[in-house]
Design a binder for this molecule. Structure first.
Ligand SMILES: Cc1cc2nc3c(=O)[nH]c(=O)nc-3n(C[C@H](O)[C@H](O)[C@H](O)COP(=O)(O)OP(=O)(O)OC[C@H]3O[C@@H](n4cnc5c(N)ncnc54)[C@H](O)[C@@H]3O)c2cc1C
Length: 471
């Protein structure tokens, strides 16, 4: 923001916020609170009409929280911003011009004065044969709900046949990547499936299921100390889950046979990829400076290096970590930094608009909490290590305090309360994966009732709502 513009009270600067996730939502919320209507126009662009509270996705997949309650509607929450449902597809900051592709219709240019780049990250995949055809990520609510329905539908399939090959294939669930997102998804879904099998599938036993987690390094949960990661491996192994450390996924055949680097091969109808993230590739379509890992280079004030009117934070930003002595250290991509950076970023924009100096971002990472299923968890916060029920309780208390808006907090607590009073809901709404199937069959053939049973679709072809969230 030029000094002249800061002083020019007749000019109403346009603040363009790219991405309405953690950073985008919190930044826009604070800006709309701190800037009067006439002071600036805030425009938020996101392909999704909502922010996703990603730490609740594993619980949404397990059915402990309603899917609608893990998202925050942008238009309702950002009622003093202009919300565009679309994606940034290019940006020339030198001309302060962004190219936007709305969900429908032709793309258009948008001029702005101040940029907030907050388009997050996407799954970091590898060119593994068969992965794109058979795998699914775990970053958005569509994927979480797809997996819930898919896992339960596999139990239905296995319980309804005596063919051992079909049963084995259906009941083998493979996950790749042992960070917190992967471990939470793996553990929560196993916990849900175990409950379902024990209560509603008399023809199946938990021992019939095979849950395999493949991790390329020698440990899981790098966010906590080694002993806590090792404890988690022991806990999951005691539940009968198969954790393969120092192992990679090599390939997946056309008929879904998974091959690992340790030489083992097995058929699996479920393949979930949670092996890390990378900055949103849309950055390549901009003139913002990026580092060797593809992240936007930032100053400690969260300004983009060499561009005082552009700001960035969250998963796609290389923000110097001033709490560490190591030269070149940057903050880790997680919600804890994202939410705090958003606050600092908004305050800095307000300060610069008022002709003041921006302040540096400073936050020492306090630790992690992870849920491993109902009443099970692992946590390390301010150096305090918790296991089992206390960790799980801390996970829930922490995240309910963090999920944006009172409305969402109340709904999540109501979900948990109802779930504790009644039995767990473990029904597959498999029709959500392909809702037009029956109608299309009827319309094409003039018949109903003779539809062949649905096959499990490869995730890449299933009709999964909201799959495009990560851009
Ligand atoms: C399953 C899971 C569990 C997690 N659990 C934890 C946890 O327990 N603790 C923790 O600290 N962190 C956790 N994280 C990480 C945390 O959610 C992220 O670090 C955080 O969301 C990053 O915020 P962000 O704003 O940078 O990105 P996001 O929140 O991902 O927001 C990016 C936004 O940009 C939008 N977008 C994408 N492309 C475009 C485009 N071209 N144009 C416009 N908008 C675009 C997206 O739709 C999205 O809304 C978890 C992540 C996952 C996936």
């Amino acid at each position: 923001m030029s000094e002249a513009m800061a002083r020019d009270l007749t000019h109403r600067p346009v603040i363009l916020v790219v991405g309405g996730g953690y950073v985008g939502l919190y930044t826009a919320l604070r800006l709309q609170k701190k800037l009067s209507r006439g002071r600036a126009e805030i425009v938020v662009v996101d392909p999704q009409p909502h922010m996703t509270y990603q730490p609740f996705l594993p619980e949404a997949a397990a059915g402990s929280v309603e899917p609608r309650h893990v998202v925050v509607p942008l238009r309702r929450t950002l009622n003093r911003c202009r919300v565009i449902t679309g994606a940034l597809i290019g940006l020339t900051h030198a001309e302060k011009r962004a190219r936007i592709a709305p969900v429908e219709g032709t793309s258009f240019d948008l001029s702005y004065d101040v940029l907030v780049m907050a388009a997050g990250s996407v799954a970091r995949t590898l060119p593994i044969p068969g992965l794109a055809e058979h795998g699914i990520g775990f970053k958005n609510v569509g994927e979480a709900i797809y997996l819930r329905n898919h896992v339960l539908a596999r139990l239905d399939a296995a319980s309804s046949t005596d063919d051992p090959a079909v049963r084995t294939r259906a009941l083998t669930f493979t996950f790749v990547g042992g960070g917190y997102a992967g471990i939470e998804a793996f553990a929560e879904l196993e916990d849900m499936a175990r409950y379902a099998v024990e209560h509603y599938y008399p023809r199946l036993s938990p021992a019939d299921m095979r849950w395999v987690l493949v991790e390329a390094t020698g440990r899981i949960l790098p966010e906590v100390d080694l002993d806590m990661g090792a404890w988690t491996v022991r806990q999951l192994t005691a539940r009968g889950m198969d954790i393969r450390l120092n192992t990679r996924l090599e390939s997946v055949s056309d008929d879904g046979v998974v091959r690992l680097s340790d030489g083992e091969e097995f058929p699996s109808e479920t393949l979930v990829w949670t092996a890390g993230t990378k900055p949103n590739p849309v950055l390549a379509q901009t003139d913002l400076p990026v580092d060797g890992r593809g992240r936007v280079e930032c100053e400690t004030t969260l300004q983009v290096r060499g561009m005082p009117d552009a700001w960035a934070a969250g998963d796609l930003a290389a923000v110097p970590d001033v709490t560490k002595d190591e030269p070149g250290a940057t903050t880790a991509p997680n919600a804890q930094h994202a939410v705090r950076q958003a606050k600092q970023l908004a305050d800095n924009i307000v300060a610069v608009l008022a002709g003041q100096e921006p302040a540096p971002y400073r936050h020492k990472y306090v630790g992690s909490v992870a849920s491993l299923g109902l009443h099970k968890g692992v946590a390390q916060v301010y150096g305090v290590k918790l296991k089992g029920w206390p960790a799980w309780f801390m996970h829930r208390s922490y995240h309910v305090s963090r999920v944006p808006t009172f409305n969402r907090k109340a709904r999540v607590v109501a979900d948990w309360t109802l779930a504790s009073l009644f039995r767990r809901e473990v029904v597959s709404l498999g029709q959500l994966q392909d809702p037009r199937r029956e109608f299309v069959f009827a319309a094409n053939t003039g018949r109903t009732g003779q539809l062949p049973p649905p096959r499990p679709e490869a995730p890449g072809t299933a009709d999964t709502p909201e799959r495009s969230q990560a851009g």
